[in-house]
Design a protein around this ligand. Structure first.
Ligand SMILES: [Zn+2]
Length: 68
């Protein structure tokens, strides 16, 4: 899924979202941060995009279980 981006909410939850969907359903704050409804706890949170290379395999697997 090359179009998926991994995001981390301000509570530390990891999830994946397609860039297009994330852009449409979020409020942009600039600097790669925006407000999005976290699919893990369903709260509106500040989320920022995470570089996949900075995550462990476990974290990537965790993020893939939660689709925005
Ligand atoms: Zn969350």
């Amino acid at each position: 899924m090359p179009n998926d981006e991994i995001f981390r909410c301000s509570d530390g939850h990891l999830y994946t979202a397609t860039w297009v969907k994330a852009s449409l359903l979020s409020l942009h704050l600039g600097f790669g941060r925006h407000i999005q409804r976290c699919p893990v706890d369903h709260h509106w949170r500040t989320a920022s995009r995470v570089n996949v290379n900075e995550l462990t395999d476990e974290q990537v697997a965790e993020a893939r279980q939660h689709k925005f």
